[in-house]
Design a protein around this ligand. Sequence first.
Ligand code: NCD
Length: 304
Amino acid sequence: MRSLIDILELTTDEINELLDVANDIIDNPSKYSEKCHGKKLATLFFEPSTRTRLSFEAAMYELGGNVLGFSEAQSSSSAKGESVSDTIRTVSCYADIIAMRHPKEGAPYVATMKSRVPIINAGDGGHNHPTQTLTDLLTIKREKGRLNGFTIGFCGDLKFGRTVHSLISALSRYENIKMVLISPDELKVPEYVKEEILDKKGIEYREVTTLDEVMGELDILYMTRVQKERFFNEADYLRLKDTYILTPEKLNSAKSDLAILHPLPRVNEISVAVDDDPRAKYFDQVLNGKYVRMALIMKLLEVR
Ligand code: NCD
């Protein structure tokens, strides 16, 4: 039985296979409509979510399966003081697979030790978010036709942004990728990501503080929200939240085939005027998320 806690638990071949299945689902959805008939997915969300939880649920319904779960810790026995371990032991008696999001780093990993069924990490604190990464990879593959040979800029909250950490990990295994890390000093990529991923894999990267100085070099721009819920004090959040705001004017110096990604939710960091630019791909990303999650649920349930 396999879970998915960190994107690097999947080999490159397995990732490529998941993306191929997702593309096949996009082309032939009816082929997949009964694949998970009689199976149940539990979504246990101890933190807010719109896309991740609903795309998991839509994915399971589109596979012919069923869904149970909770969307806030307050409506579960966690509010009475139950531990994650006990909650997981319980839910794994009812469901065939569990997608969970938790504010504590490592909580989904702890869950795997108590669960009878596969666990999918749907985001753990400021750490990892592997299914968003599959979504991002599918979007890059569909937009660029490849997962190698490009320059990607990560912009915003690179410290607490778990989607950034997971995507950097995944891309570090593909050839000839340059990374530009654009953030205020306070929100730089954590040292452990630099040491264990970027340096170890010999990735060409540099850190800058303004978007304008690098815009023209980028093939992909990955914008992120400043992660308000992870700040220790509000004053720091307020000072940093609007450091980068992408506007149509800022895109004047960008490549004509730039792909602008964002895991969403967006707050202020991309002006709505950018949505009409053909380079804006963040809503395509939302749709892709459902298909990769369908492919992943099938893989972990060992459904062919
Ligand atoms: C992201 C997350 O939860 O980490 N959202 C998502 O799952 N698409 C990004 C964010 O909340 O900023």
